[in-house]
Ligand binder design. Sequence first.
Ligand code: URA
Length: 203
Amino acid sequence: ARAAEALPDSLTAQRHRAAACRRCALWEPATQTVFGEGPADARVMLIGEQPGDREDLSGRPFVGPAGQLLDRVLAEAGIDRTTLYLTNAVKHFRFQRRGKVRVHQRPDREHVQACRSWLAGEIEQVRPDTVVCLGATAASALLGAAFRFSEGRGQWHTLHDGTPALVTVHPSWVLRQGEGAAREAAHALLLADIRKLGGPPAV
Ligand code: URA
């Protein structure tokens, strides 16, 4: 048993342990932990903020409206979603109830902090060649609280372990632009950034 304990924690073992996580208060109102998903040898890891309503109910990341937009952008960029490892900085849905609706609430720094070791464990196990931070929460979770999203968006950065990290907007932000020209511009911005995955990191 001792030898087994010394083995690195596999993604599956981490997923099981994360299902029982009580490191912050978000577990209680949430339905379940939404752990990352994708091949354990994925070359690219996409990191969002936290599960939304649909993800909370299904237990899978990026299956709701933001995930569907992400799917479209990936298809437009010629990237097969099933080759990617998709996860979030925070693994429980944070929300406020308004009647029957559960309204998304941004996670606080304490929630990101409490979830940090799950994300670090996923990166350690998958060892992606590149990570993509979708939005400011993922960017500051990985690049530090001092990271300035508006200045660093669209560029390559480097994680502590040397992994190149591309920072882009969150698909939910694209959806929040409504319909029309603003939405199209936001979509184009996300697509242009995602297309940078095809080229070498600009160092
Ligand atoms: N938004 C996220 O950041 N992650 C999801 O899994 C879904 C929506």
